[in-house]
Write a protein that binds this ligand. Structure first.
Ligand SMILES: Cc1ncc(COP(=O)(O)O)c(C=O)c1O
Length: 574
């Protein structure tokens, strides 16, 4: 029997059956698409493809001083300012830069970080004028002392390790080492101090089980592995832009040559994500880095990607807490382990970390950085049923975690000093009014910057800050060199991340503030924040044009530098 369309009943039934089988899959796909971040952060394969298409090119004179199409007098003003600053920098960091250069050629890590301090077309110009000076011989109070004897106020925070000031860590390491000295570096048996560390971590984390690893990356690997083992599910959910170490599965996209097939990158603080978690039954865990509260769905800000003024940051504690509560609820309903990766924020936001600060309990928590009193570490604390590495019913089915140096006696010693000192009056003083102190300081600095008409502001998540730029400019990354020359030490991501230790008193902070404002004023006086730039769209259009010209030039002549003559191709006034 056939219907009016000529399709038989049997075929119709097959089609309807196929359609109904396909529909839930289609719905799942659509739901997943809606939950992906709008940026490339949610589309690892496309992001990797695009990254591979970007051609290398670099700017030379005079284009490098007028990449925003500024008129010749502004370019001349910038050039003069650049030379003055470079001369001051060279005088101030002569020995440190020379010694850095002697070893740097053999350090791939340094080669990468020195190359990516600014957007790559400007990197050549900067490398010559501001050679990296990354050696220091001492630390004292809030300062780093380099080989030239410069005392730089430290805003690097040692990648976040330095929460209580370097003196604190020096003492933790020295006293911790003294306490385990008798045993020495014996591995495989534990120093008895481990018992006190476990007890303190149980109290702080609110979880019964504790495992020790060698880095934050390894702690995250273990937490995710345990979640997969116990749920027997496949997918790890992480959020756009969030950093969880350099393990491939938490770093999909550019930077990792292996596709992370079992990772779903979703949108943070968005109901579409909750819908996905609610409807799927193959999610093994949800991994949260609470640092993202400062810039949800955006990667850690770095000056190498500061091509315009697109960096945005804003912290809303109540909104983020609400989001974490919503996540908690859906994870509980669906039996999905919720992992807080507190490697960065643990002990920095509050004694009890992000769990305490946002009032939400996770199933597994990772710690690292500061928790071993300055020595390398990763820790997982979690619910007993999730932390178990074997199955009572299936004796051959294990979930292993290994590491020669796990629970190293010297690390346990320094950790014990660190954990004990959390109850000291000094640390209690650091935590007192913590949020108010740092939000007030950020607001005061912003007030000064605004009053002085400067194109820079800071956004703060407690003592973790980022600089953002209200008006469009292609040269915002120059600020890092003005800051450095003014005596403020930044990490290689430049103005993307300023990390304060909590021992910064009012006097030290006032000094940071003065140096910051003076540096920004100098940058303004040197013409980098020329106000003629149309808007962010104009900057993006120009970038695209530059890339196209670079690609074409490369095809036709193999050249990779954009010169004065190329400015004609860019439709310039040159
Ligand atoms: C949130 C978070 N997780 C994991 C890591 C990785 O820690 P590690 O560098 O000790 O491997 C980091 C490091 O910055 C981090 O910030």
């Amino acid at each position: 029997m056939t219907g009016p369309s000529g399709v038989g009943l049997g075929e119709t039934i097959v089609l309807v059956a196929a359609a109904s089988a396909a529909l839930p899959r289609l719905r799942r796909r659509i739901e997943l698409s809606l939950a992906k971040p709008r940026s490339l952060a949610g589309h690892a394969r496309i992001a990797s493809w695009i990254a591979a298409q970007v051609p290398f090119y670099e700017f030379r004179e005079p284009y490098c001083f007028q990449a925003d199409n500024a008129p010749a007098p502004v370019a001349a003003q910038r050039r003069a300012g650049f030379e003055r600053l470079a001369a001051r920098y060279a005088a101030r960091f002569a020995r440190t830069a020379a010694e850095t250069a002697r070893t740097a050629g053999a350090l791939p890590d340094w080669q990468l970080t020195s190359r990516y301090r600014v957007p790559f077309p400007f990197a050549g110009l900067i490398r010559n004028a501001f050679p990296a000076a990354v050696l220091a011989s001492a630390s004292q109070g809030c300062e780093l002392i380099d080989l030239d004897g410069n005392r730089l106020l430290d805003l690097t925070g040692s990648y976040g390790v330095n929460v209580f000031g370097y003196e604190h860590y020096k003492e933790c390491i020295a006293r911790g080492a003294a306490r385990v000295h008798e045993l020495g570096p014996v591995l495989g048996t534990y120093h008895p101090l481990i018992a006190d560390n476990v007890a303190r971590l149980q109290e702080i984390s609110g979880h019964g089980q504790v495992s020790f690893h060698m880095s934050g990356t390894e702690a995250v690997m273990q937490a995710v592995r345990l979640a997969r083992y116990h749920t027997r599910r496949r997918y790890l959910v992480r959020f756009g832009g969030a950093y969880h170490g350099w393990w491939g599965e938490v770093q999909p996209g550019p930077g990792n040559p292996v596709p992370a097939r079992d990772t779903l990158t979703l949108r943070e603080m968005h109901p579409a994500t909750l819908r996905v978690l609610r409807s799927r039954s193959d999610i093994a865990c949800v991994l949260v880095n609470p640092l993202q509260a400062l810039h949800p769905n955006a990667p850690a800000p770095a000056d190498s990607t500061l091509t315009g003024s697109v960096r945005r940051a804003h912290f809303d504690r109540a909104a983020y807490a609400e989001w974490l509560h919503a996540l908690r609820e859906v994870c509980t309903q669906r039996g999905i382990p919720l992992i807080f990766d507190e490697v960065f924020v643990g002990f920095r936001l509050a004694r009890g970390g992000a769990q305490e600060y946002f009032g939400v309990r996770a199933d597994l928590v990772t710690y690292g950085k500061t928790i071993a009193g300055g020595l390398p570490i990763g820790v997982v604390c979690g619910r007993a049923d999730l932390m178990r590495r074997f199955s009572a019913e299936r004796p051959a089915d294990l979930c292993l975690a290994r590491g020669t140096f796990n629970s190293h006696p010297y690390v346990m010693g320094a950790m014990n000093e660190f954990l004990r000192r959390l109850d000291s009056p000094f640390v209690a003083g650091c935590y007192r009014d913590l949020d108010r102190t740092w939000q007030t300081r950020a607001a005061a600095l912003n007030e000064r910057l605004k009053d002085a008409g400067l194109n820079a502001r800071v956004a703060a998540l407690s003592s973790i800050w980022t600089v953002w730029y209200p008006r469009p400019s292609r040269y915002n990354w120059m600020l890092q060199y003005y800051l450095r020359t003014a005596g403020l030490a930044l990490s290689w991501v430049g103005t993307g991340r300023l990390i304060f230790s909590l021992n910064y008193g009012e006097a030290e902070f006032a000094e940071v503030s003065d140096r910051f404002v003076a540096a920004a004023q100098q940058m303004q006086a040197d013409g980098w924040w020329w106000e003629g730039v149309a808007d962010e769209r104009a900057i993006k259009a120009r970038l695209l044009k530059e890339m196209l010209v670079a690609r074409l030039r490369r095809h036709s002549s193999g050249r990779s530098a954009l010169r004065a003559t190329d400015t004609a191709a860019l439709g310039d006034r040159a």
